[in-house]
Write a protein that binds this ligand. Structure first.
Ligand SMILES: *[C@@H]1O[C@H](CO)[C@@H](O)[C@H](O)[C@H]1NC(C)=O
Ligand SMILES: *[C@@H]1O[C@H](CO)[C@@H](O)[C@H](O)[C@H]1NC(C)=O
Ligand SMILES: *[C@@H]1O[C@H](CO)[C@@H](O)[C@H](O)[C@H]1NC(C)=O
Ligand SMILES: *[C@@H]1O[C@H](CO)[C@@H](O)[C@H](O)[C@H]1NC(C)=O
Ligand SMILES: *[C@@H]1O[C@H](CO)[C@@H](O)[C@H](O)[C@H]1NC(C)=O
Length: 499
């Protein structure tokens, strides 16, 4: 009897063991949807979220230029910053461009291209304007007063109550009276609004502390619901990739302008994923100090500044996430940092962070995958040998047939060939080198104009086939988006994509 029980036990154990191995293999490759614009705002995916913001064309990070109507020349930071403001030239480039830091709907700091803030040289009457301080003080706040019937004609009121005026090319002072809107008034400027950002910083700071909490709460509760997790599980999706921002670790009271509540939403995502048998990839997308300058890094003003002194605080966020979710059965992976951008992010800092972030995850779980994003613009193999000293590590590479001039005029067939040839050989070149490979972002949108449904279907089929060769799998960008071809939900419902 003892013999038979032992045999039975062994049989049972080997069955359990093989079953669990099969189970974990079944998680891969993932066919995932990125739930973008849910816990981390990207305005282009749902622009109407910004509609209720007063002066919504003047958000944090908006790049503006000021042309003196009298001189017909642009206000400029001499040498790009560190010196006086001057008037230099009748055309504008980086030295003539100011990035807004919004205090409220009409008050702003102005950040110049060398990153200093515009302010007064002294508090006295007739003070010169300078761009020297590296963190903004109260004397570095300006009110942008727009003309009622011509929003791009402005006065700039300094903290001393006086108005900026141009006395001569090298003499910009805060002692104008702002009494007229005439062209020949030295305190009148034409404001040219350039590119801006529409990320979570802009949204929450734009609405301000009174309105932002409700706006965000409504968004979290309506943009994605349990029904979406059901939909995914019914339609061939087996995992979700969820971009989040750094402030989630301070929930429910994150530093301003961010508001609390995204942590509860992420908890719900885990609950629903378990119910509908989806795996979860938690993806740290937004850092306090931007790793790429994009709105989706939650950057305030578009400067990419992440570096060695920001490693520890970024590891702390990973530690927080790993600790909280390590025992969730749906947790598949933690992605340490989305899209670090080369050359601004150097490999030495990045590898140090990846090592420390990996160790933080391993403090809580041996089973979760740890995802290292390749640098945007970096060599596809630059992390391969480094990654081989860890276990269950994945390299994330994003593949869009967009954002490069070479795609501008490609035909349908050229786009498809590019997937099979270029993307196919890229994936082959990094496969079987050690780490698993994840095509963590792609979409079936492209630069082809007015393509037919059949064109999109052929393109999506090629992408699914080639990206399906990646050992860890892929994630479509995004699950849901106002731009229909970026919405996997729409693409599935309308049979553009068949999984
Ligand atoms: C004035 O503008 C020109 C052209 O943009 C630039 O080369 C030059 O350095 C600027 N001068 C100063 C003093 O900033
Ligand atoms: C906006 O900020 C300025 C500068 O801090 C302050 O003086 C003003 O009262 C604020 N306005 C509103 C409407 O909060
Ligand atoms: C305001 O300043 C302008 C330019 O210096 C001057 O011509 C005008 O007389 C001043 N107006 C008042 C009301 O002081
Ligand atoms: C694409 O075509 C447009 C219009 O024909 C042309 O202006 C542009 O230079 C082309 N771009 C590239 C990258 O070839
Ligand atoms: C695409 O279609 C629109 C509307 O039918 C048309 O105005 C436009 O010229 C087309 N563009 C191209 C590149 O064919």
């Amino acid at each position: 009897m003892a013999y038979y029980s032992t045999v039975l036990l062994l049989l049972y154990l080997s069955w359990v063991l093989s079953f669990s191995l099969v189970c974990s293999q079944n998680d891969l490759p993932v066919k995932a949807a990125s739930i973008g614009n849910w816990l981390l705002i990207e305005g282009w995916m749902k622009p109407s979220l910004f509609d209720g913001i007063p002066n919504k064309d003047l958000l944090d990070g908006t790049q503006v230029q000021f042309m003196s109507t009298q001189q017909k020349k642009y206000l400029s930071a001499e040498n790009g910053g560190g010196k006086n403001l001057i008037i230099n030239g009748s055309s504008a480039s980086s030295s003539e461009t100011f990035r807004l830091w919004r205090i409220n709907e009409t008050f702003f700091n102005l950040r110049v291209s060398n990153k200093q803030f515009v302010g007064l040289e002294n508090e006295g009457q007739g003070s010169k304007l300078v761009a020297v301080s590296t963190s903004p003080k109260s004397s570095e706040i300006f009110q942008i007063i727009r003309k009622e019937d011509d929003k791009n004609r402005v006065h700039l009121q300094a903290s001393n109550g006086q108005f900026l005026q141009v006395k001569s090319d090298a003499d910009i002072t805060a002692d104008g009276n702002g009494s007229s809107w005439d062209d020949d008034d030295p305190s009148v400027f034409t404001m040219i609004i350039g590119s801006g950002l529409q990320g979570e910083y802009q949204l929450t700071n734009g609405y301000g502390p009174d309105k932002a909490p409700q706006i965000m709460k409504d968004h979290w509760n309506t943009y994605i619901t349990e029904e979406d997790f059901n939909f995914m599980s019914q339609n061939g999706i087996n995992a979700v990739r969820i971009p989040i921002g750094w402030w989630i670790m301070y929930d429910p009271n994150p530093p301003k302008p961010f508001v609390g509540g995204s942590l509860e939403a992420l908890d719900n995502a885990f609950k629903w994923s378990e119910k509908y048998k989806l795996k979860v990839i938690v993806d740290l997308h937004g850092l306090r100090v931007s790793q790429n300058g994009f709105a989706h890094s939650a950057s305030r003003d578009g400067f990419q500044e992440w570096g060695s002194s920001d490693i520890q605080e970024t590891v702390d966020i990973i530690d927080f996430l790993a600790k909280r979710y390590a025992n969730q059965p749906s947790l598949l992976a933690i992605e340490l940092m989305n899209e670090p951008r080369s050359p601004g992010i150097n490999l030495v800092d990045l590898k140090k962070f990846y090592k420390d972030g990996y160790d933080a995850v391993r403090k809580y779980t041996k089973d979760a995958y740890v995802i290292f994003s390749n640098r945007l613009g970096g060599d596809l193999k630059e992390l391969i040998s480094f990654s081989n000293s860890f276990s269950l590590v994945v390299i994330d590479i994003h593949m869009y047939n967009l954002f490069w001039m070479g795609f501008d005029n490609m035909t349908v067939q050229q786009n498809i060939d590019y997937i099979y040839n270029n993307r196919g050989s890229d994936i082959k070149s990094v496969s079987d080198q050690g780490p698993l490979i994840f095509i963590g972002e792609w979409t079936s949108e492209w630069d082809v104009k007015n393509a037919s449904k059949e064109d999109y279907q052929k393109f999506a089929k090629a992408e699914l086939e080639v990206y399906g060769r990646a050992s860890f799998g892929w994630a479509y960008w995004a699950y849901k988006c106002d731009e229909i071809h970026w919405s996997l939900k729409w693409m599935i419902e309308n049979r553009f994509i068949m999984l």
